[in-house]
Design a protein around this ligand. Structure first.
Ligand SMILES: NC(=O)C1=CN([C@@H]2O[C@H](COP(=O)(O)OP(=O)(O)OC[C@H]3O[C@@H](n4cnc5c(N)ncnc54)[C@H](OP(=O)(O)O)[C@@H]3O)[C@@H](O)[C@H]2O)C=CC1
Ligand SMILES: O=C(O)C1=N[C@H](C(=O)O)C[C@H](O)C1
Length: 262
């Protein structure tokens, strides 16, 4: 059995991960952490007592329950420190929290290797989103003019989404740097053409009612191609998270993106 703790346990993703880990026969939920700790995990999920109380301090919970894996769905501004704490205590992080910079990911890779404790990170654990990104990379070889529109719930802290950045990174691997649109175009209102990653415009929509959605739109001579993925429920991410919990301890360093472990 792989012993798992969930950090960010009281949040939208944290609660879904608690349920997924409790429901899996090869994973054992041994602890939970959240800045708003104190509750029994079972009370939080409305399933009766589990006698696992959500702790408020990651280091204390790790020392008490000695997990193999820490799943983290917290906040962009705390994930780097959380992952460092896990690695220094020889606990493998499965990182879902977005917002880490490339430099921070490189530092986590070094720490994972130095501590002989593998780690895993994915901007999106939903298989449909992974396929959308892979298809976008393939399509960009033939249709290099592309824009990304990501649409999320209005409680999301980071923009653009980790998925949009990862999609743009993957497209950039196969596309020569280029400037899109008319060379003389001007923005009448700043930001009208979106943010830009390697020349790829990214537009972020935040509205109540959305969960997590993305369109990648390619334009060619007399045609467009639209790839769209919709997570209509957070259960969409759970098979990927469970898979990563089972595989992470057999990896080396920090492994990035779900396609690497499928
Ligand atoms: N990789 C993927 O597939 C996915 C990634 N995500 C990412 O996961 C992250 C979390 O998303 P979501 O669940 O919607 O967010 P939520 O705000 O619902 O959950 C985050 C939880 O972590 C708590 N928290 C804040 N700071 C700390 C801390 N220092 N230590 C422990 N817990 C803390 C929050 O408390 P409080 O509310 O008081 O701040 C909250 O309970 C985001 O970065 C999001 O982009 C989301 C979905 C899928
Ligand atoms: O905050 C979210 O909700 C999500 N965050 C991830 C991202 O930034 O890409 C994954 C998914 O889009 C949901």
């Amino acid at each position: 059995m792989t012993k798992v703790i969930v950090n960010g346990a009281c949040g939208r993703m944290g609660q879904a991960v608690l349920k997924a880990v409790l429901d899996d026969k090869e994973l054992e939920l041994v602890g939970a952490v959240d800045i708003k700790g104190g509750k029994d995990v079972g009370e939080l999920l409305g399933i009766g007592k589990t006698n696992i109380i959500v702790g408020e301090d990651l280091q204390t919970v790790i020392k008490a329950v000695k997990p193999d894996v820490m799943v983290d769905f917290t906040r962009p501004d705390v994930i780097f420190n959380n992952a460092c704490t896990a690695l220094k205590n020889h606990v493998s992080p499965v990182i879902g929290t977005t917002g880490l910079s490339d430099a921070e990911k490189d530092k986590l890779n070094e720490l994972a290797i130095a501590n002989n404790t593998p780690a895993f990170i994915a901007a999106n654990f939903a298989i449909g989103a992974v396929l959308m990104m892979m298809m976008a990379k393939e399509a960009a070889k033939y249709l290099p003019n592309v824009e990304i529109i990501e649409l999320h719930h209005d409680q999301k802290l980071d923009a653009p989404s980790g998925t949009a950045i990862t999609t743009a990174e993957m497209i950039s691997e196969v596309r020569k740097p280029m400037k899109q649109g008319h060379p003389d175009e001007t923005e009448k209102i700043t930001g009208a053409r979106g943010a830009e990653y390697n020349g790829i415009p990214i537009h972020s929509v935040r509205l109540p009612g959305y969960v997590a959605h993305q369109e990648v739109i390619f334009g060619g001579l007399g045609q467009t191609l639209t790839l769209r993925h919709d997570s209509i429920d957070r259960t969409s991410f759970m098979p990927g998270v469970v898979l990563a919990c089972k595989k992470v301890t057999g990896l080396k360093g920090l492994v990035r993106n779900l396609d690497q472990i499928l």
